[in-house]
Write a protein that binds this ligand. Structure first.
Ligand code: DAT
Ligand code: MG
Length: 139
């Protein structure tokens, strides 16, 4: 059964380009409630672990470097069918393929620097959220 929470990051490019406010506005306008929120920065070990599933891919080193180059916004979001609906809201990994009205269509600059993360399963949403937020920080 789908749970009602997902995890997101506004990636370093989204923060650097000044899009935190606009991206959070798109998220809340789409009906997601913010239940945890912080500005933080991933260490190299954090990013390697977060993207361990991609360790064998040619872009892994670049991805880890990008994700650690500056602050990110981490958040847990709540909505019915959160994981799937949030993946729809962010759009395709490659912004060239992202639908109109999606966050990546509006703010991603390339497949590697695509502005936002969205968990791909309920299980990963719970793991990723717990990695960033203690229980008392989840409202
Ligand atoms: P998503 O972030 O849409 O879940 P993913 O899990 O396949 O996409 O990949 C994780 C991140 O890795 C993605 O947001 C950007 C980067 N990435 C994926 N494919 C890439 C590629 N072909 N070239 C460069 N970076 C890539
Ligand atoms: Mg993914």
């Amino acid at each position: 059964m789908a749970t009602n929470r997902t995890f997101t990051m506004i990636k370093p490019d989204g923060v650097e380009n000044g899009h935190i406010g606009n991206i959070l506005a798109m998220i809340t306008t789409a009906g997601f409630k913010i239940v945890s929120l912080k500005l933080t920065q991933l260490t190299i070990a954090d990013a390697q672990a977060f993207y361990a599933v991609h360790a064998a891919r040619p872009f892994y080193g670049e991805l880890v470097e990008f994700m650690t180059r500056g602050p990110i916004v981490a958040a847990i979001l709540e909505k019915d069918n959160a994981v799937e609906d949030f993946r729809t809201l962010i759009g395709a990994t490659n912004p060239a393929e992202a639908a109109e009205g999606t966050i990546r269509k509006a703010y991603a600059t390339s497949i590697g620097e695509n502005a936002v993360h969205g968990s791909d399963s309920d299980e990963n949403a719970a793991i990723e959220g717990a990695f960033h937020f203690a229980g008392r920080e989840q409202f």
